[in-house]
Design a protein around this ligand. Structure first.
Ligand SMILES: [Zn+2]
Length: 176
């Protein structure tokens, strides 16, 4: 089963559907194929090339197009619902550089934490207590990151995903 990248009318990546579903969108004139795949579907009356990338005719509004709002739920989602220090289920938000020490309430300074670690860390910095972060907290980027996370992206998708900040992830995938 192959997948097709779906672009908004503005060429912004929206998500991924099966290539059969993508073909139906094209045949129903709700989308246009912008890149063909290598898969040709043969039927009694002829053949059809399945699309690798389609673009919707009608603009679809997506609420997270701009900055991802900094909420407790979003932070938990980014960090997999686990405490970044001990991997216990997260129950609170910790400011890596404490707010009392000038730390910002921003994506790169907030992490999911369990109550125990949060309490233990209190108003100290990681350096002061000798703790380390498993990964650097950063702002999650919308659809493009989700799309790349769905599996093996088709090389024909890359051009359309690149403008949305996925370069770093592609480099990581290439060297893995
Ligand atoms: Zn913890």
């Amino acid at each position: 089963m192959h997948q097709t990248l779906v672009l908004n009318a503005t060429y912004e990546p929206l998500g991924v559907v099966t290539d059969r579903r993508a073909l139906l969108l094209v045949l129903n004139q709700r989308a246009t194929a912008v890149e063909d795949s290598d898969t040709v579907l043969h039927y009694s009356g002829g053949s059809l090339t399945l699309p690798a990338v389609i673009r919707l005719h009608k603009f679809v509004r997506i609420p997270y197009r701009h900055a991802v709002p900094l909420s407790r739920r979003a932070i938990f989602a980014r960090d997999g619902g686990r405490c970044v220090y001990c991997t216990a289920p997260a129950t609170s938000i910790d400011h890596v550089i404490p707010r009392s020490r000038g730390g910002m309430h921003s994506w790169d300074n907030v992490v999911s934490a369990c109550h125990k670690c949060n309490h233990q860390k209190a108003d100290r910095t990681l350096r002061e207590i000798g703790w380390k972060l498993r990964s650097t907290p950063r702002e999650p980027v919308g659809a493009a990151w989700r799309i790349l996370g769905t599996g093996r992206p088709d090389v024909r998708w890359i051009t359309y995903l690149k403008p949305y900040g996925v370069e770093q992830m592609l480099t990581a995938a290439a060297t893995a």
